[in-house]
Ligand binder design. Structure first.
Ligand SMILES: C[S@@+](CC[C@H](N)C(=O)[O-])C[C@H]1O[C@@H](n2cnc3c(N)ncnc32)[C@H](O)[C@@H]1O
Length: 222
């Protein structure tokens, strides 16, 4: 965005148009799915070392597991980006509540404010469904990862058969209600086309009526 455009929209650099109602609802209701998600969040935060980026931190739902991992592993440098100012404000509060030492920035995954090869691990939890330009975001993740570094992701994806067609039908309305979320995005196929090498991928059966989910790891080869 140019300086001029920024002046016209009044938006901070790196920010998207915020969704205050979605942010408040996600903050309050997000906990409903956490019993199911906890195990998968632990998968994302397992054995971390060095420098870690939480991509699209939202209201900070990864922070409790990140705080525990940081406690047990000692020397972790934790960073996060979130482009929606309403979500980011809540994430700042969540970090204080968890006493998590995190450098949070208002930024988009398509334009990460870090030098090349800054991170050992990038964590993406339920975020590639919402990123406006996921191909560009995978490129950015590749750029900021060190050789041998990992992207770990957890995403809901398009189902096959009738459920997939129902997702296609609901997707336009869902995008409005879900602050830009693409209900039927196939993030696994997008990752497969990216410059990262998928080393683990599994489909997770979420409790009905939730859509299928995937979790996996992809490595940056030098
Ligand atoms: C469903 S929330 C997930 C939040 C959190 N990662 C979690 O596990 O609960 C999706 C988040 O992606 C953020 N987002 C939207 N567009 C983005 C972009 N271009 N780059 C990074 N994050 C984005 C949204 O603002 C929102 O906070």
């Amino acid at each position: 965005m140019t300086q001029r455009e920024r002046a016209d929209t009044g938006r901070a650099e790196g920010a998207i148009d915020g969704h205050p109602i979605f942010a408040a609802a996600y903050d309050r209701l997000g906990g409903i799915g956490e019993d199911f998600l906890r195990e998968h969040r632990r998968y994302l935060a397992r054995d971390l070392h060095g420098s870690v980026l939480d991509l699209g931190a939202g209201t900070g739902d990864m922070f409790p597991v990140l705080a525990r991992t940081a406690e047990s592993s000692g020397e972790l440098s934790i960073h996060g980006i979130e482009p929606d100012p309403h979500m980011e404000k809540r994430a700042e509060r969540a970090a204080r509540e968890e006493a998590l030492d995190i450098d949070l920035r208002l930024a988009r995954a398509e334009s990460l404010p870090y030098p090349d090869e800054s991170f050992d691990t990038v964590i993406a939890s339920l975020v590639f469904c919402t990123i406006a330009d996921p191909e560009r975001a995978f490129e950015e993740v590749h750029r900021v990862l060190r050789p041998g570094g990992e992207l770990r992701l957890l995403e809901h994806v398009r189902a096959s058969g009738f459920l997939g067609r129902a997702q296609d039908f609901l997707a336009p309305a869902w995008k409005v209600v879900g602050a830009g979320c693409h209900l039927n995005r196939n993030s696994e196929a997008l990752l497969a086309a990216a410059r990262l090498e998928m080393t683990e991928m599994e489909t997770i059966r979420a409790p009905p009526p939730a859509t299928p989910m995937i979790r996996g790891t992809a490595v940056k080869r030098s």
